[in-house]
Design a protein around this ligand. Structure first.
Ligand SMILES: Cc1ncc(COP(=O)(O)O)c(C=O)c1O
Length: 460
């Protein structure tokens, strides 16, 4: 396969990009002296850029998205077949793939019942916030309108999801923010806020209760949490944490909203991250891996009990969820999501994710023995992180520039890895790995061998 474009084609694309494109999450001054990177093709675990260079992608499209890998013709066929039949109708009516995917999704989410379609993770989360507010108005006389979120978690890019975000660098300069969102402390034991203690999981959960009591339980309607914090540092919760969080929420009648935008649809070796921890959510939101990036789709999934609260009085024109997402009616999303799910089942990708995730963690722990700069290794399934520190004793984070130098060195070597960025000032020091769920032993070993070499060079 020759994926190299002709020199003229490349320079035209690069110049058009340089002249007109505003890339996401990147400082553009650098493009005055270097070319922006342009990706042109993908197959399986690999992508090629416009210069023809091939990369092993250890971050599934940069942001944990292409779960079933690149170049899936069966998804493209399913989308095409659906588009020529019916591309769109507003979701006030149903569609064939919309109904079919909702049914399949609920089959793997015992206890959940209703699926609301929209386009992005941020939007899916905003739907929950609106639902919680409407429940407050209709069922609690305006009380229970506040929503808790956790330090280091991220829930999206809109002003309100930033208001519910625990990553100050993402939110800075975009205020004023939406009121009614209250932060609770993170649960990263490696960075314990309580010193070295035996019951960190209890302390971290009890810290949530302290916030609830401070604010007043009757002011709080819901808590929004990532099952495993992603961009805030790949934080796997300490064992026992979730049980206690659930007890606290039950005690104060607080609804649980799990943000599965990253963990959802196989990433951690279960269909959903919360399923590792026995959580019984009231809301689950998902986006990225739902259709592996073959079409834009997000889902806000609720229990039947939540759904019931929106049809209590059919005679009242205000008594239903008065919300629409125009592109929530695009049929490409659920068509792609159905085929994506079939692939995960038929290729046994949940089992592969567990096996390859174990290998990845094992390899990272070996690297930790070799490289003192790796302070902590965390992860579940094909969702892992390695936190870099300049001193293991003091846990001083390494300079962000060095973290980025490791990422750049891997890129040079033809392996794309990620790192936490613009998240917490001074703590953007965790390398992130989230290869597609189809990764093989060889892919995993190549990823960690490349990191081994990069760490050796950057911290020589
Ligand atoms: C946990 C989490 N929630 C929500 C979002 C927002 O998703 P989107 O970018 O699709 O709006 C992200 C994006 O990275 C995320 O990591």
């Amino acid at each position: 396969m020759n994926l190299t474009l002709q020199p003229n084609d490349i320079s035209e694309v690069v110049e058009a990009d340089r002249a007109h494109l505003w890339h996401h999450l990147i400082q553009h001054r650098q493009f005055e002296t270097i070319d922006p990177r342009i990706m042109v093709e993908g197959r399986g675990m690999h992508v090629w850029d416009a210069t023809g260079k091939r990369y092993l992608d250890a971050v599934s499209g940069g942001v944990w998205t292409v779960n079933v890998g690149y170049g899936r013709e069966s998804i493209a066929d399913a989308v095409r077949d659906q588009l020529v039949r019916l591309n769109y109708f507003a979701n006030s009516a149903g569609s064939i793939p919309g109904s079919q995917f909702a049914e399949k999704l609920i089959e793997v989410m015992p206890g959940m019942s209703r699926v609301y379609y929209s386009n992005s993770g941020s939007e899916a989360n905003e739907k929950v916030f609106k639902m919680v507010r409407q429940i407050s108005h209709r069922h609690h006389g305006g009380r229970k309108s506040k929503i808790l979120y956790r330090e280091r978690d991220y829930h999206g890019t809109t002003i309100t999801t930033l208001s519910a975000g625990g990553q100050p660098q993402r939110a800075a300069h975009y205020g004023p923010y939406t009121p009614g969102f209250v932060e609770v402390p993170h649960c990263l034991e490696y960075r314990s806020q309580y010193g070295e203690i035996d019951n960190y999981e209890e302390k971290a959960a009890d810290a949530i209760e302290e916030v609830i009591l401070r604010e007043g339980p009757d002011t709080i309607g819901a808590i929004c949490l990532e099952p495993i914090t992603a961009g805030g540092g790949v934080i796997t919760p300490p064992e026992g944490y979730w049980e206690r969080v659930q007890e606290i929420c039950a005690k104060y009648d607080i609804l649980i909203h799990i943000d599965e935008v990253v963990c959802g649809v196989g990433r951690t070796g279960e269909w959903f991250g919360y399923q590792h921890y026995g959580i019984k959510p009231d809301f689950v939101t998902m986006a990225k891996g739902v259709a592996s990036g073959y079409a834009a789709i997000s889902c806000t999934v609720t229990t039947e009990a939540v759904f019931e609260m929106f049809k209590d009085d059919a005679a009242d024109p205000m008594s239903y969820f008065r919300d629409i997402s125009t592109f929530g009616g695009c049929t490409a999303g659920p068509a792609a999501a159905l085929e994506n799910m079939r692939i995960i089942r038929d290729e046994d990708l949940l089992a592969n994710t567990t096996a390859m995730g174990d290998r990845l963690l094992h390899n990272l722990h070996e690297l930790q023995e070799k490289h003192p700069v790796i302070g902590d290794v965390r992860g579940k399934g094909l969702f892992c992180g390695a936190e870099l520190v300049s001193d293991r004793g003091s846990k001083e984070p390494v300079d962000e520039k060095l973290v980025q130098a490791v990422v750049a060195n891997c890129m040079e070597q033809g392996v794309i890895i990620g790192a936490t960025n613009r998240s917490l000032p001074g703590f953007n020091n965790t390398l992130c790995l989230s290869p597609a769920l189809i990764a093989t032993n060889d892919d995993i070993d190549r990823i960690t061998e490349t990191i081994d070499s990069a760490l050796g060079q950057v911290f020589a």
